[in-house]
Each structure stands twice: as structure tokens, then as C-alpha cells.
Design a protein around this ligand. Structure first.
Ligand code: IMP
Length: 196
């Protein structure tokens, strides 16, 4: 039997990325597909907490097996900030450009530029909860480079590459990214586990 699984997102780009990787034995539904227009709270202080909040909301309100993700940029010299606050680092209502401006300002004069993107996926299936993680290490460069992608892509250079995420473009980024790694963990679980 083909199982239905809700991905707690309406981000089309993320949905396609996941559909591409995930086993064809799972029918992936978006929030729009289940008529969910809720503003799901992301009030936890950790990526794990926020991913669980979102997945639990869908399970409780709509009854579907589901998963949700949360991602943050963790910068070593800033005690892992912006982390869970990555989307609103420069304050609510600010955009990626303001977030990067604040980050580059905070990083002025720092020798240690190590950073990583970390994605956590919370899965609720048959009333059990599971967490998956994807990490890509790299560094925060000193000024923006590249046009592709979103968020902090122009200032993040993954280890082993001479291009930022924004310079390398979607195809390569989607193979090596934090999100791709977390999704692969989830896909492996779903394809090898009797729960599905
Ligand atoms: P979300 O949990 O996927 O919504 O990500 C939270 C925030 O982290 C986003 O608003 C971005 O600022 C940042 N972020 C997440 N993934 C990426 C990425 O692949 N590149 C750059 N920034 C990202």
C-alpha cells in the first residue's frame, strides 16, 4: 500500500527537493493539499523543538502522519548564532539581505569563520516520533558572492569548495546541502523501516 505523508511546508522548492529524493512508495502531501492554512508556531528555542512543534500540530489537528523541518546557520565564533533565529536574525520583517548585513557586521575582525548549516527533520509516523539531521560545514566569507539560492547562500562557502552556495547554483547545492542530507536520512528510514 502507498502511504500518505504530509510535509509541513508550503514552500514549493522544498517540496520538489523532497519529492525528488523520497521513495516513490510515499505520496507526499503539502499543507495546501490538506487545506491547512494555520500559522504554525515556531516558538521553541531549538531546531529540534520547532520541527517537533510543527509536526505535532499537523498530527494533532489533521491526523496525518507527517514530517516538518527547521534549519539554522550556526556560526562558531558567535556561539552558534543565529541558529534557530536565522530567519529573523535582523528582526521580524527583515529580509535575507538585512540578516546577512548583521552577520557580516558581527563577524568583523573574527579569525574563526567556521560555520555550518544544520537541518533537523521531525517525523511522526504511527504515533512515534523520530528526528533526522543533516549538517554541512563551511565558513562565512567576508562579503556576499553570487546571485542564486536564498537566505545566507551568498555568504556561506561549504568546505571543499571555492564557491559560495549562491555561486554554485541549485543543482550542486541540492546534492550536498544540509537539507538534502537530512532528507536522505529520512528517505533511508522510510525505505528500510516497516512503519511505512
Ligand atoms: P527554514 O527552517 O528552512 O525556514 O530556514 C530558516 C532560515 O534559515 C531561512 O529563513 C534562511 O535564513 C536560513 N536558511 C535555511 N536554509 C538555507 C539555505 O539552504 N541557504 C541559506 N539560508 C538558509
Amino acid at each position: 500500500m502507498v502511504a500518505e505523508l504530509v510535509f509541513a511546508t508550503n514552500n514549493k522548492h522544498k517540496l520538489e527537493e523532497v519529492r525528488h529524493i523520497i521513495s516513490d512508495r510515499v505520496i507526499l502531501l503539502s499543507l495546501a493539499d490538506i487545506n491547512c492554512c494555520d500559522d504554525i508556531p515556531e516558538t521553541a528555542g531549538t531546531l529540534e523543538g520547532n520541527a517537533l512543534l510543527k509536526a505535532r500540530h499537523i498530527k494533532r489537528q489533521y491526523g496525518y502522519d507527517c514530517f516538518a523541518d527547521d534549519t539554522g546557520l550556526e556560526v562558531e565564533a558567535l556561539n552558534n548564532a543565529p541558529g534557530v533565529y536565522s530567519a529573523r536574525y535582523a528582526g521580524e520583517g527583515n529580509d535575507a539581505s538585512a540578516n546577512m548585513k548583521k552577520l557580516l557586521c558581527k563577524m568583523q575582525g573574527k579569525e574563526n569563520r567556521n560555520a555550518r548549516f544544520r537541518t533537523v527533520i521531525a517525523l511522526i509516523i504511527k504515533d512515534k516520533e523520530y528526528l533526522f539531521e543533516g549538517i554541512i560545514n563551511g565558513s562565512v566569507i567576508t562579503e556576499k558572492r553570487g546571485e542564486a539560492g536564498f537566505g545566507y547562500d551568498p555568504v556561506f562557502m561549504p568546505s571543499g569548495y571555492m564557491q559560495t552556495f549562491a555561486e554554485m547554483g541549485g543543482e550542486l547545492k541540492n546534492q550536498i546541502s544540509h537539507r538534502a542530507l537530512a532528507i536522505k536520512e529520512l528517505a533511508t528510514f522510510l525505505s528500510t523501516n516497516p512503519h511505512k
